[in-house]
Design a protein around this ligand. Structure first.
Ligand code: TYM
Length: 350
């Protein structure tokens, strides 16, 4: 059986929130415990960050902040490969190679582009439209077998599978591994604290809509206190919350952070009001996040060391990426990554 290779990333925009933590990072570290013999590559998607307006002076610090969050939340850099996407130019190169295999119709279906571009579709930049092809390159470049993500990224991973299939058919061999999305059953879509029908997002204008990984205990308590709910007490089964999206979301957050079943959480608080449940949820969240935030601050206080770890991760990532890119280019009729240079020099370039 093929060795498992688990690859994922987070866009380098702003800090991380509870949705990213539950939907992605917590999942990664759990997979690391379950699949001890797999390869893990986690990157900070800084090339993806420039597809919407951004501050170039803050880009490196945003990238470092996410790297620190990965490490603080349990990504072990001795066992796993952690790096900024831009430090491995093969991502952008493979993206270009794959664009010629990707029908525009496939990209037109991407809901995230429609949401992000909104009514300004004609003014949206090409990078935002082509973004899912870069995401496909991110995982195909490492022959990823599994990609742990939240529900909102499922469509992009399915597109990566379609592109891999198109390549394999066009060039007549099972070259690219078809990556499988790994989406947790509960908590794959954490909703905004202000509106239970909208996902929790970095781009929401209101900071009260999300809990950030770096929020302190008082801020967490305040945000949950202000979170939208209804005035009914909690029922005795999770199923009974199906028409109460805000209540269901808070219960889901509690269950995933406490590693409990949602029914068990509802039963524990059955008949109680949110005036009881919300403080318990705030306490649990602060208990989980405070040590992560403290460790993040420590890591961020030594940027040189963090950068050194990222540089080391990038080198390890390049060692996997270059042979895949080389084979891809040769299959497509190019010379490969090393046509006219010595191997040493190319290793430095890519
Ligand atoms: P991004 O940065 O928006 O989100 C990072 C991860 O967090 C998950 N997530 C959520 N999960 C549950 N509830 C939420 N409210 C929530 N919001 C975000 C996302 O599903 C994701 O797993 N395009 C990607 C980054 C990326 C990537 C990749 C991911 C670039 N290349 C290759 C996987 C593989 C993105 O913008 O995620």
């Amino acid at each position: 059986m093929k060795k498992k290779r688990i690859v994922s990333g987070v866009r380098a925009t702003g800090g991380l929130h509870l949705g990213n933590y539950i939907g992605a990072i917590k999942n990664w570290t759990e997979m690391a415990t379950q699949h001890g013999d797999a390869d893990f590559l986690f990157f900070i998607a800084d090339l993806h960050a420039i597809t919407t307006p951004y501050d170039e002076k803050a880009l490196k610090d945003n990238t470092r902040e996410i790297a620190a969050a990965y490490i603080a939340a349990g990504v072990d850099v001795r066992k796993m490969i952690l790096f900024p996407q831009s430090a491995v130019p093969g991502h952008a190169m493979l993206q270009w190679l794959l664009t010629s295999l990707t029908p525009m119709g496939w990209l037109n279906r991407m809901t995230q582009f429609k949401e992000k571009a909104g009514k300004q579709r004609d003014n949206a930049v090409l990078g935002l439209y082509a973004y899912p092809v870069l995401q496909a390159a991110d995982v195909l470049l490492y022959q990823a077998t599994h990609v742990p993500v939240g529900e909102d990224q499922k469509q992009h991973i399915e597109l990566a599978r379609d592109i891999a299939g198109a390549f394999n058919r066009r060039y007549g061999q099972e070259f690219f591994t078809l990556p499988e999305p790994i989406i947790r059953k509960e908590g794959a879509r954490i909703m905004s604290l202000r509106d239970g029908t909208k996902k929790m997002s970095k781009s929401d204008e209101s900071d009260y809509s999300r809990i950030n990984l770096m929020d302190d205990a008082d801020t967490i308590a305040l945000k949950f206190r202000k979170a939208k709910t209804d005035s009914d007490p909690l029922p005795d089964s999770f199923e009974a919350l199906k028409d109460r999206p805000e209540a269901a979301n808070l219960v889901t957050i509690y269950a995933t952070l406490a590693d409990m079943d949602r029914d068990a959480v509802v039963k524990q608080f059955a008949g109680r009001n949110f005036s009881v449940f919300k403080p318990a949820l705030a306490e649990l969240t602060a208990e989980k996040f405070t040590p992560v935030a403290t460790r993040m601050r420590e890591l961020l206080s030594d940027k040189a060391e963090l950068d050194r770890q990222l540089a080391e991760g990038a080198e390890r990532a390049r060692a996997i990426a270059v042979p895949v890119l080389d084979d891809t280019m040769k299959l497509m009729g190019f010379w490969g990554t090393n046509p006219f240079h010595s191997a040493d020099r190319v290793a430095g370039l890519l």
